[in-house]
Ligand binder design. Structure first.
Ligand code: HEM
Length: 168
């Protein structure tokens, strides 16, 4: 193997080991959560959900949506791609954070599904309205809405799982 080829090989190996994450099918695969965390401290979340409405994902202190650090995004024919970093003080429409700490990678939909991908820092530095990603099992909340109006998700299309996002 030439020196150049060895360098490429080592770079690929190191890049692969720099990333932790996995895929979790939720709600019978109607909400597929893919995550990865780099050693540089960037979390990427990709959700493929059976809806043409909004897609929600969040970190919760206790499994409830109350006091959760939420992200709602999606694709709407008139609005295009949209995303918002939100916080939920009550069980109701989560308000937009004063500081937006999520970056939209892409949002798209077909006749049945929406794919939403975004990134954020593991530690955004927002102590008031964000929750830090830890190397520990945390409560992840999920929900989808039937339309792109940010309104109640209904009793079936929301839930909580427990996951270590840094367990690769
Ligand atoms: C307009 C947006 C939203 C409204 C109006 C809303 C409203 C509510 C209400 C009234 C409940 C209690 C009734 C029930 O259990 O279904 C609830 C529960 C719940 N919601 Fe939401 N929600 C919204 C967005 C979200 C988002 C974005 C997520 C997650 C990403 C979420 C996750 C949950 C979860 C896990 C529960 C069950 C646990 C709990 O009662 O806190 N919700 N929501």
């Amino acid at each position: 193997m030439t020196f150049a080829k060895l360098c490429v090989f080592l770079t690929v190996c190191l890049a692969a080991s720099d990333v932790l994450g996995g895929t979790v099918p939720i709600n019978d695969g109607k909400y597929i959560l893919e995550t990865r965390v780099t050693l540089a401290g960037v979390l990427t979340v990709k959700v493929t959900a059976e809806t043409t409405g909004w897609v929600g994902w969040g970190l919760s202190p206790n499994g409830s949506m109350i006091l959760s650090d939420l992200v709602i995004g999606g694709f709407d024919a008139s609005k295009g791609s949209y995303i918002g970093d939100r916080f939920s003080a009550v069980p109701g429409p989560p308000q937009l954070d004063a500081v937006q700490n999520v970056q939209l990678v892409s949002a798209s939909e077909n006749a049945t599904h929406t794919v939403l991908e975004f990134t954020r820092a593991v530690d955004t530095g927002d102590m008031t309205e964000d929750i830090k990603v830890e190397n520990a099992v945390q409560f992840i909340v999920w929900a989808v809405g039937p339309t792109d109006e940010i309104e109640y998700h209904g009793p079936e299309t929301r839930g909580t799982i427990e996951l270590n996002l840094m367990d690769g």
